[in-house]
Design a protein around this ligand. Sequence first.
Ligand SMILES: Cc1cc2nc3c(=O)[nH]c(=O)nc-3n(C[C@H](O)[C@H](O)[C@H](O)COP(=O)(O)OP(=O)(O)OC[C@H]3O[C@@H](n4cnc5c(N)ncnc54)[C@H](O)[C@@H]3O)c2cc1C
Length: 408
Amino acid sequence: MRTKIRLASKNTCTGCLACLDSCPEKAIHACVRSNGHLYPEIDSGVCVKCGRCMEVCPVVSGYDYQDIARRSEPYAVWANDDELRMQSASGGLFAALAVYVLSQGGVVAGASMEGIEVRHILISGIYELYKIQNSKYQQVVSSGIYKAVKEALRQGKTVLFGGTSCQIAGLSCFLGENKFSGHLYTVDMICSGFPSLLALESFLKHEAGPVQTIIYRDKKEGCEKGQRLSVIFKKEAEAEKVYAGDLVYAAFGTHYTHRSCCLNCRFAVARRKADITMGDFWGDTDFPEQHYKGLSLAIVHTDRGRDLLKRTDLTVHSSAWEKVLKVNFRLVYGKFSFLKFHPARWFYPWLFTHCSYGILLKIYRGAGAYSRGWYPYLVFCKMIGLLEKLQRGRVVLKFLKRMKYYED
Ligand SMILES: Cc1cc2nc3c(=O)[nH]c(=O)nc-3n(C[C@H](O)[C@H](O)[C@H](O)COP(=O)(O)OP(=O)(O)OC[C@H]3O[C@@H](n4cnc5c(N)ncnc54)[C@H](O)[C@@H]3O)c2cc1C
Protein backbone atom coordinates (compact mmCIF):
# COMPACT_ATOMS: atom_id res chain seq x y z
CA MET A 1 0.00 0.00 0.00
CA ARG A 2 1.29 3.48 -0.84
CA THR A 3 1.42 5.84 2.15
CA LYS A 4 1.87 9.60 2.25
CA ILE A 5 5.35 9.93 3.75
CA ARG A 6 5.72 12.44 6.56
CA LEU A 7 8.88 12.30 8.66
CA ALA A 8 9.58 14.50 11.70
CA SER A 9 9.85 18.22 10.95
CA LYS A 10 13.11 20.17 11.11
CA ASN A 11 12.11 21.37 14.59
CA THR A 12 11.30 17.95 16.00
CA CYS A 13 13.67 15.56 14.18
CA THR A 14 16.30 14.23 16.60
CA GLY A 15 18.65 13.00 13.86
CA CYS A 16 18.61 9.45 15.26
CA LEU A 17 18.54 8.22 11.63
CA ALA A 18 16.62 5.03 12.42
CA CYS A 19 14.60 5.88 9.28
CA LEU A 20 17.71 5.35 7.12
CA ASP A 21 18.19 1.82 8.41
CA SER A 22 14.50 1.03 7.96
CA CYS A 23 14.28 1.89 4.28
CA PRO A 24 14.28 -1.24 2.10
CA GLU A 25 15.02 0.86 -1.01
CA LYS A 26 17.86 2.97 0.50
CA ALA A 27 15.84 6.03 -0.52
CA ILE A 28 16.83 8.03 2.57
CA HIS A 29 20.23 9.58 3.13
CA ALA A 30 21.65 11.86 5.82
CA CYS A 31 22.76 15.37 5.04
CA VAL A 32 24.07 18.31 7.04
CA ARG A 33 21.83 21.33 6.40
CA SER A 34 22.85 25.00 6.42
CA ASN A 35 22.22 25.17 10.21
CA GLY A 36 25.00 22.60 10.74
CA HIS A 37 22.71 19.78 11.87
CA LEU A 38 22.13 16.35 10.42
CA TYR A 39 18.74 15.44 8.91
CA PRO A 40 17.38 12.57 6.83
CA GLU A 41 16.39 13.37 3.25
CA ILE A 42 14.13 11.25 1.09
CA ASP A 43 14.86 10.74 -2.58
CA SER A 44 11.29 10.78 -3.87
CA GLY A 45 12.34 9.15 -7.15
CA VAL A 46 13.50 6.03 -5.29
CA CYS A 47 10.94 5.98 -2.42
CA VAL A 48 8.22 3.33 -2.82
CA LYS A 49 6.09 4.91 -0.04
CA CYS A 50 5.95 1.76 2.08
CA GLY A 51 5.78 3.87 5.26
CA ARG A 52 8.36 1.83 7.20
CA CYS A 53 10.38 5.00 7.95
CA MET A 54 7.35 6.53 9.68
CA GLU A 55 6.87 3.45 11.83
CA VAL A 56 10.43 3.65 13.17
CA CYS A 57 10.54 7.44 13.64
CA PRO A 58 10.08 7.93 17.42
CA VAL A 59 8.63 11.40 16.77
CA VAL A 60 5.91 10.67 14.21
CA SER A 61 5.06 7.18 15.51
CA GLY A 62 4.06 8.73 18.85
CA TYR A 63 6.58 6.67 20.83
CA ASP A 64 6.24 7.29 24.57
CA TYR A 65 9.64 7.39 26.15
CA GLN A 66 8.63 7.24 29.78
CA ASP A 67 7.40 4.40 31.90
CA ILE A 68 5.90 5.87 35.04
CA ALA A 69 5.33 2.46 36.54
CA ARG A 70 9.06 2.11 37.06
CA ARG A 71 10.92 2.68 40.26
CA SER A 72 14.13 4.35 39.17
CA GLU A 73 17.00 4.64 41.64
CA PRO A 74 20.11 6.84 41.59
CA TYR A 75 23.61 5.57 42.45
CA ALA A 76 27.06 7.11 42.67
CA VAL A 77 29.44 4.78 40.85
CA TRP A 78 32.99 4.52 39.58
CA ALA A 79 35.00 1.89 37.75
CA ASN A 80 37.47 0.02 39.94
CA ASP A 81 39.93 -0.07 37.06
CA ASP A 82 41.68 3.32 37.18
CA GLU A 83 42.86 3.18 33.59
CA LEU A 84 39.32 2.66 32.30
CA ARG A 85 38.06 5.45 34.52
CA MET A 86 40.67 8.00 33.45
CA GLN A 87 39.92 7.46 29.76
CA SER A 88 36.19 8.00 30.28
CA ALA A 89 34.29 11.27 30.61
CA SER A 90 33.07 10.69 34.15
CA GLY A 91 33.51 7.65 36.41
CA GLY A 92 33.96 5.05 33.67
CA LEU A 93 30.53 3.49 34.18
CA PHE A 94 29.91 2.77 30.51
CA ALA A 95 33.38 1.32 29.90
CA ALA A 96 33.05 -1.01 32.91
CA LEU A 97 29.64 -2.24 31.70
CA ALA A 98 31.17 -2.74 28.25
CA VAL A 99 34.05 -4.80 29.68
CA TYR A 100 31.56 -7.11 31.41
CA VAL A 101 29.41 -7.59 28.29
CA LEU A 102 32.44 -8.13 26.04
CA SER A 103 33.96 -10.64 28.47
CA GLN A 104 30.70 -12.63 28.19
CA GLY A 105 31.06 -12.82 24.41
CA GLY A 106 28.66 -9.93 23.75
CA VAL A 107 29.05 -6.82 21.58
CA VAL A 108 28.83 -3.11 22.47
CA ALA A 109 27.49 -0.17 20.47
CA GLY A 110 28.96 3.24 21.33
CA ALA A 111 30.04 6.54 19.83
CA SER A 112 33.46 6.63 18.19
CA MET A 113 35.39 9.64 16.89
CA GLU A 114 36.61 9.00 13.35
CA GLY A 115 38.59 12.01 12.16
CA ILE A 116 36.18 14.82 12.95
CA GLU A 117 33.07 12.70 12.51
CA VAL A 118 31.39 10.82 15.36
CA ARG A 119 29.89 7.45 14.37
CA HIS A 120 28.00 4.79 16.25
CA ILE A 121 30.02 1.58 15.94
CA LEU A 122 29.73 -1.97 17.21
CA ILE A 123 32.76 -3.47 18.93
CA SER A 124 33.33 -7.09 19.87
CA GLY A 125 36.71 -7.01 21.66
CA ILE A 126 38.11 -5.22 24.72
CA TYR A 127 41.06 -4.10 22.58
CA GLU A 128 38.61 -1.82 20.69
CA LEU A 129 37.03 -0.31 23.81
CA TYR A 130 39.13 2.88 23.72
CA LYS A 131 37.34 3.87 20.50
CA ILE A 132 33.97 4.29 22.21
CA GLN A 133 35.11 5.79 25.51
CA ASN A 134 34.60 9.43 26.43
CA SER A 135 31.89 11.96 25.55
CA LYS A 136 31.79 13.44 22.11
CA TYR A 137 29.93 16.73 22.23
CA GLN A 138 28.67 16.59 18.66
CA GLN A 139 25.93 14.68 16.90
CA VAL A 140 26.73 11.06 16.28
CA VAL A 141 25.93 9.52 12.89
CA SER A 142 23.91 6.48 13.93
CA SER A 143 22.81 5.11 10.56
CA GLY A 144 23.84 1.47 10.14
CA ILE A 145 23.98 0.75 13.88
CA TYR A 146 20.32 -0.26 14.20
CA LYS A 147 20.68 -2.93 11.53
CA ALA A 148 23.97 -4.11 13.05
CA VAL A 149 22.37 -4.42 16.52
CA LYS A 150 19.40 -6.32 15.10
CA GLU A 151 21.70 -8.73 13.31
CA ALA A 152 23.80 -9.33 16.45
CA LEU A 153 20.64 -9.98 18.48
CA ARG A 154 19.35 -12.32 15.79
CA GLN A 155 22.58 -14.30 16.16
CA GLY A 156 21.84 -14.66 19.88
CA LYS A 157 24.55 -12.26 21.06
CA THR A 158 24.17 -10.01 24.07
CA VAL A 159 24.26 -6.35 23.03
CA LEU A 160 25.00 -3.29 25.17
CA PHE A 161 23.80 -0.12 23.40
CA GLY A 162 24.98 3.27 24.65
CA GLY A 163 23.63 6.54 23.26
CA THR A 164 21.28 9.43 23.84
CA SER A 165 17.67 8.77 24.84
CA CYS A 166 16.44 9.74 21.38
CA GLN A 167 18.78 7.21 19.76
CA ILE A 168 17.56 4.51 22.12
CA ALA A 169 13.99 5.46 21.17
CA GLY A 170 15.04 5.05 17.51
CA LEU A 171 16.49 1.62 18.31
CA SER A 172 13.35 0.52 20.20
CA CYS A 173 11.11 1.60 17.33
CA PHE A 174 13.42 -0.07 14.81
CA LEU A 175 13.37 -3.39 16.68
CA GLY A 176 9.63 -3.04 17.32
CA GLU A 177 7.96 -6.14 18.72
CA ASN A 178 11.11 -8.02 17.92
CA LYS A 179 13.08 -6.56 20.83
CA PHE A 180 15.01 -9.71 21.77
CA SER A 181 14.85 -8.04 25.17
CA GLY A 182 16.58 -10.87 26.99
CA HIS A 183 19.79 -10.02 25.15
CA LEU A 184 19.66 -6.25 24.85
CA TYR A 185 20.89 -3.79 27.48
CA THR A 186 20.25 -0.12 26.81
CA VAL A 187 22.14 2.70 28.53
CA ASP A 188 21.16 6.28 27.78
CA MET A 189 22.56 9.51 29.17
CA ILE A 190 21.57 12.77 30.70
CA CYS A 191 22.04 14.98 27.68
CA SER A 192 22.02 18.73 27.32
CA GLY A 193 21.84 18.50 23.52
CA PHE A 194 23.95 18.77 20.38
CA PRO A 195 25.57 22.00 19.18
CA SER A 196 25.75 22.87 15.47
CA LEU A 197 28.70 21.58 13.47
CA LEU A 198 29.15 25.15 12.22
CA ALA A 199 31.02 25.93 15.46
CA LEU A 200 33.44 23.05 14.98
CA GLU A 201 33.97 23.98 11.32
CA SER A 202 34.71 27.63 12.18
CA PHE A 203 37.12 26.57 14.88
CA LEU A 204 39.01 24.18 12.62
CA LYS A 205 39.20 26.75 9.83
CA HIS A 206 40.47 29.46 12.12
CA GLU A 207 42.68 27.73 14.65
CA ALA A 208 43.50 24.14 14.12
CA GLY A 209 43.38 23.23 10.43
CA PRO A 210 43.16 19.55 9.53
CA VAL A 211 43.26 17.32 12.58
CA GLN A 212 43.64 13.65 13.25
CA THR A 213 41.28 13.40 16.16
CA ILE A 214 39.53 15.41 18.85
CA ILE A 215 39.33 14.55 22.54
CA TYR A 216 36.50 16.51 24.10
CA ARG A 217 37.17 15.71 27.73
CA ASP A 218 40.68 15.21 28.89
CA LYS A 219 41.28 14.19 32.49
CA LYS A 220 45.04 14.48 32.68
CA GLU A 221 44.59 17.19 35.27
CA GLY A 222 41.55 15.57 36.83
CA CYS A 223 37.94 16.56 36.39
CA GLU A 224 37.24 18.00 39.81
CA LYS A 225 36.22 21.35 38.42
CA GLY A 226 33.41 19.69 36.56
CA GLN A 227 33.15 21.74 33.44
CA ARG A 228 36.87 22.43 33.04
CA LEU A 229 36.64 21.58 29.42
CA SER A 230 39.48 21.32 27.02
CA VAL A 231 39.61 20.14 23.47
CA ILE A 232 42.68 18.32 22.29
CA PHE A 233 43.18 18.32 18.58
CA LYS A 234 45.81 15.78 17.68
CA LYS A 235 47.62 16.48 14.47
CA GLU A 236 49.60 13.87 12.59
CA ALA A 237 53.06 15.35 12.99
CA GLU A 238 52.49 17.49 16.05
CA ALA A 239 52.22 17.00 19.74
CA GLU A 240 48.77 17.34 21.26
CA LYS A 241 47.46 20.87 21.50
CA VAL A 242 45.00 21.81 24.20
CA TYR A 243 42.48 24.58 23.66
CA ALA A 244 40.36 25.68 26.58
CA GLY A 245 37.28 27.83 26.35
CA ASP A 246 37.21 27.81 22.55
CA LEU A 247 34.25 28.25 20.22
CA VAL A 248 33.41 24.53 20.23
CA TYR A 249 32.79 24.45 23.96
CA ALA A 250 31.23 27.90 23.94
CA ALA A 251 28.61 26.63 21.48
CA PHE A 252 28.06 23.49 23.58
CA GLY A 253 27.90 25.36 26.88
CA THR A 254 25.62 28.25 25.85
CA HIS A 255 23.25 26.04 23.79
CA TYR A 256 22.57 28.85 21.26
CA THR A 257 23.30 26.66 18.24
CA HIS A 258 21.72 23.45 19.54
CA ARG A 259 19.42 21.29 17.46
CA SER A 260 15.88 22.65 17.73
CA CYS A 261 14.50 19.49 19.34
CA CYS A 262 17.19 19.71 22.06
CA LEU A 263 15.70 23.02 23.27
CA ASN A 264 12.49 21.17 24.04
CA CYS A 265 13.61 17.60 24.61
CA ARG A 266 10.67 15.25 25.15
CA PHE A 267 13.03 12.48 26.20
CA ALA A 268 14.20 14.34 29.32
CA VAL A 269 12.10 12.37 31.80
CA ALA A 270 13.30 10.62 34.93
CA ARG A 271 11.65 7.24 34.56
CA ARG A 272 12.90 6.01 31.24
CA LYS A 273 12.62 2.80 29.26
CA ALA A 274 16.41 2.33 29.11
CA ASP A 275 17.92 -0.08 31.63
CA ILE A 276 20.32 2.53 33.00
CA THR A 277 20.80 6.29 32.55
CA MET A 278 24.35 7.60 32.97
CA GLY A 279 25.65 11.07 33.70
CA ASP A 280 28.23 13.17 35.50
CA PHE A 281 27.49 13.24 39.20
CA TRP A 282 28.29 16.93 39.70
CA GLY A 283 25.86 17.27 42.63
CA ASP A 284 27.45 14.58 44.83
CA THR A 285 28.85 15.62 48.19
CA ASP A 286 29.36 12.16 49.75
CA PHE A 287 32.51 11.26 47.85
CA PRO A 288 34.56 14.45 47.43
CA GLU A 289 37.79 12.46 47.02
CA GLN A 290 36.35 10.64 43.98
CA HIS A 291 35.66 13.70 41.85
CA TYR A 292 39.25 14.12 40.72
CA LYS A 293 39.16 10.90 38.70
CA GLY A 294 35.49 11.37 37.77
CA LEU A 295 32.28 10.22 39.37
CA SER A 296 29.43 8.69 37.38
CA LEU A 297 25.76 8.92 38.14
CA ALA A 298 23.82 5.75 37.35
CA ILE A 299 20.05 5.80 37.40
CA VAL A 300 18.81 2.27 37.30
CA HIS A 301 15.36 1.76 35.81
CA THR A 302 15.00 -2.00 35.46
CA ASP A 303 15.87 -5.23 37.29
CA ARG A 304 18.05 -6.14 34.34
CA GLY A 305 19.93 -2.87 34.78
CA ARG A 306 20.33 -3.52 38.52
CA ASP A 307 21.61 -7.01 37.81
CA LEU A 308 24.08 -5.75 35.19
CA LEU A 309 25.42 -3.14 37.61
CA LYS A 310 25.95 -5.83 40.29
CA ARG A 311 27.94 -8.06 37.95
CA THR A 312 30.21 -5.26 36.76
CA ASP A 313 33.54 -4.29 38.34
CA LEU A 314 32.27 -1.02 39.81
CA THR A 315 32.01 0.62 43.21
CA VAL A 316 28.33 1.41 43.70
CA HIS A 317 26.69 3.54 46.41
CA SER A 318 23.03 4.38 46.67
CA SER A 319 22.36 8.12 46.43
CA ALA A 320 19.55 10.66 46.83
CA TRP A 321 17.40 12.37 44.17
CA GLU A 322 17.96 15.77 45.82
CA LYS A 323 21.68 15.50 45.07
CA VAL A 324 21.04 14.34 41.52
CA LEU A 325 18.60 17.10 40.62
CA LYS A 326 20.60 19.87 42.27
CA VAL A 327 22.69 20.15 39.12
CA ASN A 328 21.34 17.56 36.70
CA PHE A 329 17.86 19.08 36.33
CA ARG A 330 18.17 18.26 32.62
CA LEU A 331 17.24 14.74 33.63
CA VAL A 332 13.64 15.81 34.23
CA TYR A 333 13.38 19.16 32.46
CA GLY A 334 14.22 19.33 28.77
CA LYS A 335 13.41 22.95 27.93
CA PHE A 336 15.66 25.90 27.18
CA SER A 337 12.74 28.04 25.95
CA PHE A 338 14.36 31.39 26.68
CA LEU A 339 17.11 30.70 24.12
CA LYS A 340 14.58 30.57 21.31
CA PHE A 341 14.07 34.32 21.65
CA HIS A 342 17.74 35.27 21.64
CA PRO A 343 19.21 36.86 18.49
CA ALA A 344 22.34 34.69 18.87
CA ARG A 345 19.98 31.76 18.37
CA TRP A 346 17.77 33.16 15.61
CA PHE A 347 20.57 34.26 13.35
CA TYR A 348 23.27 31.74 14.12
CA PRO A 349 23.55 30.14 10.64
CA TRP A 350 23.93 33.66 9.19
CA LEU A 351 26.34 34.77 11.92
CA PHE A 352 28.56 31.77 11.40
CA THR A 353 28.86 32.43 7.68
CA HIS A 354 29.25 36.21 7.87
CA CYS A 355 31.12 37.08 11.10
CA SER A 356 34.79 36.88 11.90
CA TYR A 357 36.02 34.30 14.36
CA GLY A 358 36.70 36.98 17.00
CA ILE A 359 33.11 38.24 16.86
CA LEU A 360 31.72 34.71 17.02
CA LEU A 361 33.83 34.05 20.11
CA LYS A 362 32.47 37.18 21.79
CA ILE A 363 28.88 36.25 21.02
CA TYR A 364 29.05 32.57 21.83
CA ARG A 365 31.28 32.78 24.86
CA GLY A 366 28.35 34.70 26.30
CA ALA A 367 30.15 38.06 26.45
CA GLY A 368 26.90 40.01 26.41
CA ALA A 369 28.77 43.28 25.70
CA TYR A 370 28.77 42.58 22.02
CA SER A 371 25.02 42.33 21.95
CA ARG A 372 24.50 45.76 23.52
CA GLY A 373 22.44 46.84 20.52
CA TRP A 374 20.02 44.06 21.35
CA TYR A 375 19.49 45.30 24.88
CA PRO A 376 15.64 45.14 24.91
CA TYR A 377 15.82 41.59 23.63
CA LEU A 378 18.32 40.64 26.28
CA VAL A 379 16.09 41.98 29.05
CA PHE A 380 13.18 40.08 27.51
CA CYS A 381 15.28 36.89 27.36
CA LYS A 382 16.41 37.33 30.97
CA MET A 383 12.76 37.59 32.06
CA ILE A 384 11.81 34.47 30.12
CA GLY A 385 14.89 32.75 31.58
CA LEU A 386 13.69 33.63 35.08
CA LEU A 387 10.21 32.27 34.41
CA GLU A 388 11.81 29.15 33.01
CA LYS A 389 13.88 28.68 36.19
CA LEU A 390 10.69 28.93 38.26
CA GLN A 391 8.94 26.41 36.04
CA ARG A 392 11.98 24.11 36.23
CA GLY A 393 12.02 24.38 40.03
CA ARG A 394 8.34 23.45 40.09
CA VAL A 395 8.94 20.36 37.94
CA VAL A 396 11.92 19.27 40.07
CA LEU A 397 10.01 19.76 43.36
CA LYS A 398 6.99 17.89 42.03
CA PHE A 399 9.21 15.02 41.04
CA LEU A 400 11.02 14.94 44.42
CA LYS A 401 7.67 14.94 46.22
CA ARG A 402 6.45 12.02 44.12
CA MET A 403 9.65 10.04 44.81
CA LYS A 404 9.30 10.71 48.56
CA TYR A 405 5.75 9.35 48.37
CA TYR A 406 7.07 6.13 46.77
CA GLU A 407 9.79 5.77 49.42
CA ASP A 408 7.37 6.20 52.35
C1 LIG B 1 26.16 15.67 23.91
C2 LIG B 1 26.25 15.21 25.33
C3 LIG B 1 25.69 15.97 26.34
C4 LIG B 1 25.77 15.54 27.68
N1 LIG B 1 25.21 16.31 28.65
C5 LIG B 1 25.26 15.89 29.94
C6 LIG B 1 24.66 16.65 30.99
O1 LIG B 1 24.11 17.72 30.77
N2 LIG B 1 24.71 16.16 32.28
C7 LIG B 1 25.33 14.97 32.56
O2 LIG B 1 25.35 14.56 33.71
N3 LIG B 1 25.91 14.21 31.58
C8 LIG B 1 25.88 14.64 30.29
N4 LIG B 1 26.45 13.88 29.29
C9 LIG B 1 26.97 12.53 29.64
C10 LIG B 1 28.39 12.53 30.17
O3 LIG B 1 29.19 13.48 29.49
C11 LIG B 1 29.04 11.15 30.00
O4 LIG B 1 28.97 10.76 28.65
C12 LIG B 1 28.39 10.09 30.80
O5 LIG B 1 28.43 10.44 32.15
C13 LIG B 1 29.08 8.73 30.61
O6 LIG B 1 30.34 8.78 31.11
P1 LIG B 1 31.18 7.45 31.40
O7 LIG B 1 32.42 7.86 32.11
O8 LIG B 1 30.33 6.42 32.04
O9 LIG B 1 31.52 6.81 29.99
P2 LIG B 1 32.15 7.41 28.62
O10 LIG B 1 33.28 6.49 28.29
O11 LIG B 1 32.51 8.79 28.81
O12 LIG B 1 30.93 7.21 27.70
C14 LIG B 1 31.10 6.80 26.39
C15 LIG B 1 29.77 6.45 25.78
O13 LIG B 1 28.86 7.55 25.86
C16 LIG B 1 28.08 7.57 24.67
N5 LIG B 1 28.34 8.80 23.90
C17 LIG B 1 29.42 9.62 23.95
N6 LIG B 1 29.27 10.63 23.07
C18 LIG B 1 28.10 10.42 22.44
C19 LIG B 1 27.42 11.10 21.41
N7 LIG B 1 27.88 12.20 20.84
N8 LIG B 1 26.22 10.61 21.03
C20 LIG B 1 25.71 9.48 21.58
N9 LIG B 1 26.33 8.78 22.55
C21 LIG B 1 27.51 9.26 22.97
C22 LIG B 1 28.50 6.40 23.82
O14 LIG B 1 27.76 5.26 24.06
C23 LIG B 1 29.91 6.18 24.30
O15 LIG B 1 30.36 4.92 24.01
C24 LIG B 1 26.40 14.30 27.98
C25 LIG B 1 26.97 13.54 26.94
C26 LIG B 1 26.89 13.97 25.63
C27 LIG B 1 27.51 13.13 24.54
